[in-house]
Design a protein around this ligand. Sequence first.
Ligand code: AMP
Ligand code: ZN
Length: 114
Amino acid sequence: MSDADCIFCRIVRGELPSKKAYEDDELIVFHDINPAAPVHLLMVPKEHFATLADARAEHERLLGKMLLLAPRLAREQGATNGFRVVANNGPDGGQEVYHLHLHVLGGPRPWKRL
Ligand code: AMP
Ligand code: ZN
């Protein structure tokens, strides 16, 4: 899918609405439209790349930054007792949107343990 049609690129460009929790020059974080937990954020790099398999050495710092930011945002959104970070990759990974993102899931546990 091209960047023009990509749902998350369209959110990054402001063409589609989102409930933002964080934004800087290289990253946007917004609430999942179909939450699977009381706190369900999506951390999305502004640059389009489809999956972790498409990430390159130049993305190392950005990916690290995302992981370091996750606990802060989870806590800010009220997940004070723990959270999960999930990245679905490819068809067998259950990925639906092919623009790399991390799910941050928190709040009391309604979901099945991995
Ligand atoms: P996945 O690609 O399987 O990791 O999941 C994609 C996630 O994006 C799903 O949890 C969807 O609910 C979520 N999603 C899809 N479209 C939107 C949207 N417009 N705003 C917020 N979340 C969305
Ligand atoms: Zn995209």
